[in-house]
Design a protein around this ligand. Structure first.
Ligand code: CO
Length: 164
């Protein structure tokens, strides 16, 4: 299993905006290998989601655990957000041992390409909706600590990462 190196906060690459992948290139060897590597890296680090910038690749792609296994989504766009939001605790493989409460839309409608290059439109709710919003934030250089109303665990770790 090819393991990619996780970028850890405050690595500046985590603050960059990732670029869309031309959809005809999704089935290329290069992107298919990236998807495999993202999946392996997420599994090895016990994550439930992982975005390409977290391994230093500024492309709009992430992998996520679902009830149907691990799925990759490419060039995701949020088409609709529920008015209703909910708050829950989140963590991130790029900010190890830090957790905080984040308010997110309860339900979202998404368009994205799957790993075969097919465009899909779907709705997500609950934890799945939360993870997708978290991963799309990564593609825009946003981390959960930017949105957290409260750091519930690992305040000292966070200060350490940030050299405080
Ligand atoms: Co994250």
């Amino acid at each position: 299993m090819a393991k990619l190196t996780l970028r850890i906060h405050p690595d500046p690459i985590l603050r960059e905006i990732s670029k869309e992948i031309e959809y005809t290139k999704i089935i290329s060897k290069n992107i298919q290998e990236l998807i495999r590597n993202l999946r392996d890296t997420m599994i090895q680090n016990n994550g439930i989601g992982l975005a390409a910038p977290q391994v230093g690749i500024l492309k709009r792609i992430f992998v996520v655990y679902t009830k149907n296994g691990i799925i990759a989504w490419i060039n995701p766009r949020i088409l609709k957000k529920s008015f209703k939001k909910n708050t829950a605790e989140e963590g991130c493989l790029s900010i190890p041992q830090v957790f905080g409460k984040v308010k997110r839309h309860s339900k979202i409608k998404i368009s994205a390409y799957n790993e075969s290059g097919a465009k899909k439109i779907f709705t997500a709710e609950g934890l799945y909706a939360r993870v997708i919003q978290h991963e799309i934030d990564h593609l825009n250089g946003i981390l959960f600590i930017d949105k957290a109303s409260e750091i519930t665990q690992g305040r000292d770790k966070l200060d350490q990462y940030e050299g405080k």
